[in-house]
Ligand binder design. Structure first.
Ligand code: SF4
Ligand code: SF4
Length: 310
């Protein structure tokens, strides 16, 4: 990694170095590895739906994946359903087929294990749009025009459920820009793109990471699910120099509470999207993906070693 010119600050007697993008193509590709992987994953999910709908892709005579992000069927036998959409339907007092409930349970357990907001940064089709707005904001150094509390999204979850109960329908599903964009990419361009354009302009002109980081009730729902996540960002307190580069690039900077991360050995918040932006940017390689049980075991060993020294 090319660290370029180094800052003169020190932390615990160590020079604080800042991140510099490598000059070589291979260095750049390595630095962008998670971004590239995320785009490939997002595009692949869309391609699988599109190819099944338009080119009749089949495996063993079964459609590869039919339906949409709210409810789908993998290989004609594995049901998949958006657990937040299912929760709204349950609040709206409608009955659901057992298959849909099983599909929601499969998706819920999967995201609870890998990190709920993995959906946000690795699957959601709105993410490339909001990432583009964020990139343009940085490029043109645009300031926020409004301050929004990040907890607003949890009130949005409550509001969606109350509206579903009162109106007797899945409230967010009717207006969800995520579902609209997905449907329109798969089944044809329509009016829903206006909603996505609105999110882009809101993120670009009004609030940094305004939609995903402050308002989206689906992201908030998955943040709650993600508290149990087993794939986590590991934090090595012994090498960190508190340079702040990770916080600079993180779309949810509040999750990088480094004192808390030092105690736990990992980023704890379910609001972390496991996007991996912070990993390659850390000049000290203090951040990495790891499994929660391994992090806990390492923490325990370190604590035992320290106790023996005392
Ligand atoms: S973890 Fe963050 S603050 Fe610490 S060295 Fe890495 S980028 Fe800097
Ligand atoms: S902590 Fe890292 S992985 Fe989590 S949201 Fe921030 S940049 Fe992404």
């Amino acid at each position: 990694m090319n660290h370029g010119q180094e800052a003169q600050r020190t932390w615990n007697g160590r020079t604080v170095r800042l991140y510099h993008l490598p000059n070589t193509l291979s260095g750049k590709l390595w630095a962008w590895r998670y971004l590239i992987l995320r785009r490939v994953t997002q595009f692949s999910v869309l391609l699988l739906f599109f190819a099944t709908a338009h080119w009749a892709w089949v495996v063993a005579g079964q459609p590869l994946i039919s339906g949409n992000l709210s409810a789908s069927s993998l290989l004609g036998v594995i049901p998949l359903a958006d657990p937040f959409a299912v929760l709204q339907i349950l609040f709206s007092r409608h009955l659901l087929a057992t298959e849909v409930l099983i599909g929601a349970a499969i998706v819920l357990v999967s995201y609870a294990l890998v990190g709920g907001r993995v959906f946000c940064s690795w699957v959601c089709p709105v993410n490339p749009v909001t990432d583009l707005a964020g990139w343009l904001r940085n490029r043109f150094d645009l300031a926020n025009a409004l301050h929004l509390n990040r907890n607003l999204r949890y009130y949005m979850v409550a509001l969606v459920l109350v509206l579903s109960l009162v109106a007797g329908l899945a409230a967010f599903e009717w207006v969800s820009p995520i579902a609209m964009l997905h449907r329109e990419i798969i089944f044809g361009i329509g009016m829903g793109l206006i909603g996505v354009a609105g999110i882009f302009l809101f993120d670009l002109m009004v609030v940094r990471h305004g939609w995903c980081g402050h308002l989206c009730p689906l992201g908030a729902f998955y943040a709650l699910v993600g508290k149990a996540a087993q794939v986590r960002i590991r934090f090595d307190e012994t090498t960190c120099t508190r340079c702040g580069e990770c916080i600079r690039v993180c779309p949810e900077p509040q999750v990088l509470n480094l004192n808390q991360a030092a105690r736990l050995g990992r980023v704890a918040s379910g609001e972390c999207t496991n996007c991996g932006r912070c990993v390659p940017i850390c000049p000290e390689d203090s951040l990495s993906f790891d499994l929660r049980p391994l992090i806990n075991r390492h923490n325990q060993r370190s604590a035992e070693t320290s106790a023996r020294r005392i």
